[in-house]
Design a protein around this ligand. Structure first.
Ligand code: HPA
Length: 234
């Protein structure tokens, strides 16, 4: 057990897929895994360990924002000997050159957040994905004939803001989209020498206010789920 995860040692696989939402973790376990065990439900943040095509994989939620993914990813890396975390989430596009349902593989996450600086004395504003998971995602995407775009994204603390223009840091690092977790995940992995990647599906286009409807969401996210599962086999 760790402070926020009640699984026993050995009940978490070396590779963990992390959606933000606990129910999405359950969806992946129900629809893609066999031999599934619910290994932690502390705070209703579900972690399931099962098999995908014979390989043991854990899916568990990160919750929203840097504090939440910071806690779960740190405990997975340090208390459960996890090697690789692949976040699978949604993002808002800053411009109309991305379309709804586009899938992104994150090169760097740029942020105004002080998380990396105060946690680990990492001074960069833009932190790269860590290790080889990013390359494995691109390799898997090409094998599956999926169009996946490698790009920088903005990781923000803010969902609602007064001024909807693109923040300066997103301009500076040419970030096409915004989410709220990758920067802290990459910071933890960088400090600990682990592998971390983030796959995102565009769920809204900020300037036009288009968004994926609630009933389109499940099907839309299945492609990203399959991409992450196939990557985890590598
Ligand atoms: N902002 C931040 N995170 C998000 C968004 C957004 O517009 N859409 C999906 N995740």
């Amino acid at each position: 057990m760790s402070v926020h995860i009640s699984a026993k040692k050995g009940e978490i696989a070396k590779t963990v897929l992390m959606p933000g939402d606990p129910l999405r973790a359950k969806y992946i376990a129900d629809n893609f895994l066999t031999d599934v065990t619910l290994v932690s439900k502390t705070r209703n943040v579900f972690f399931f360990t099962g098999k995908y095509k014979g390989k043991e994989i854990t899916v568990g939620a990160s919750g929203m924002g840097f504090p939440s993914i910071g806690i779960y990813s740190y405990e997975l890396f340090t208390e459960y000997e996890v090697d690789t975390i692949i976040r699978i989430g949604t993002c808002g596009a800053y411009a109309t050159d991305l379309k709804l349902f586009d899938i992104l593989n994150v090169e760097k996450a740029a942020s105004e957040s002080t998380y990396a600086k105060f946690a680990w004395e990492i001074e960069e504003e833009a932190i790269s994905n860590q290790g080889d998971a990013f390359d494995k995602i691109n390799q898997t995407a090409s094998e599956l004939n999926l169009n996946v775009k490698s790009t920088n994204i903005h990781s923000s603390d803010i969902f609602y803001r007064k001024n909807p223009t693109v923040p300066a840091i997103a301009e500076k690092y040419n970030c096409l989209a915004v989410e709220m977790e990758a920067f802290a995940l990459f910071a933890n992995a960088k400090y600990l020498g682990k592998n971390a990647a983030t796959i995102l599906t565009v769920s809204d286009i900020i300037p036009t206010k288009e968004e994926i409807s609630a009933d389109q969401r499940e099907q839309a996210l299945r492609t990203m789920m399959e991409l992450s599962l196939e990557t985890a086999l590598k």
